[in-house]
Design a protein around this ligand. Structure first.
Ligand SMILES: [Zn+2]
Length: 270
């Protein structure tokens, strides 16, 4: 695949979809990198932007992980008693529990089944890629549906985790257990970053879907792909931090564009 073939192209939507479908077919290794914009169309509000949770509720404390470490028993007491019925986390939890995968999630699962995607790296905690049927997923910011040991990073389905002690401890290493979602001030678990780096090292094409490119280390992965000579594709209705350096940008919603890419791929395969 020649990167120069598409760089700087100004093309119609139909042509852009054709180019991306061809890229996916020709690329030996493709990643999809998703953010909140993808799940907005499933009813999960984004954090940023005019309707974003933090715009409406205010930006949360940057020290939430430190507070957890200082008093993990209080954190779990609040979790069990579900005391937070208001605020951005309460609204987010309710929205996630009601959400179902949209046509964009479904299209990505189809592309994986067809062998066109190596993995999805997502910043979303809503579990919608799993529900849509994607198999290879790195949940870089954790999952609402899991708990995790802060020491050995063991993850357990929240519904299967029995709390007999507060704060609960890991059965494997006795480390503290917390919700899997990565808190402010909490480092992304090293094994997850390592998985991403392994995928990124061989990636020839990365498709950015609904992500603003402002959160690190997540935002560094597309840059690494590009510096290794890979192609950057952006699918987003809005301009982002990535837009200027992308090889091809499709200004449209994921629920419309991703199924169109699947359809074009299927036509090309006939
Ligand atoms: Zn552990």
């Amino acid at each position: 695949m020649k990167r120069s073939k598409i760089q700087g192209s100004v093309v119609s939507l139909v042509s852009a979809i054709e180019i991306v479908a061809t890229c996916l077919i020709e690329s030996a290794s493709t990643l999809v990198f998703t953010g909140a914009g993808l799940s907005v169309e499933s009813g999960v509000p984004a954090f940023r932007g005019s309707e974003g949770l933090w715009t409406r509720y205010g930006t949360p404390s940057p020290d939430s992980y430190r507070y957890f470490l200082e008093d993990p028993a209080m954190y779990w007491k609040n979790q069990i008693e579900n005391v937070r019925t208001e605020g951005y986390m309460a609204e987010l939890r309710k929205a996630i529990d009601l959400a179902v995968p949209n046509a964009g999630h479904d299209a990505l699962a189809t592309l994986e089944r067809r062998g066109l995607i190596d993995a999805v790296i997502t910043q979303n905690i809503d579990g919608l890629h799993h529900k849509a049927g994607s198999q290879k997923i790195v949940e870089l910011h954790g999952s609402r549906y899991k708990v995790r040991c802060v020491e050995c990073h063991l993850r357990i389905a929240r519904e299967e985790f029995d709390i007999t002690l507060i704060p609960p401890r890991c059965l494997s290493c006795n480390g503290l257990i917390k919700g899997d979602s990565v808190m402010f001030g909490e480092p992304v678990p090293r094994p997850w970053v390592q998985w991403c780096l392994e995928y990124v090292s061989k990636c020839e094409c990365i498709v950015l879907v609904g992500t603003s490119g402002t959160v690190y280390p997540a935002a560094s992965f597309p840059r690494m792909v590009q510096s290794n000579g890979g192609i950057l594709v952006e699918i987003n209705p809005q301009e982002t931090e990535f837009s200027e350096s992308c090889d091809i940008v499709i200004r449209g919603s994921a629920t419309r564009v991703l199924p169109s890419i699947v359809n074009r791929f299927l036509e090309l395969m006939i």
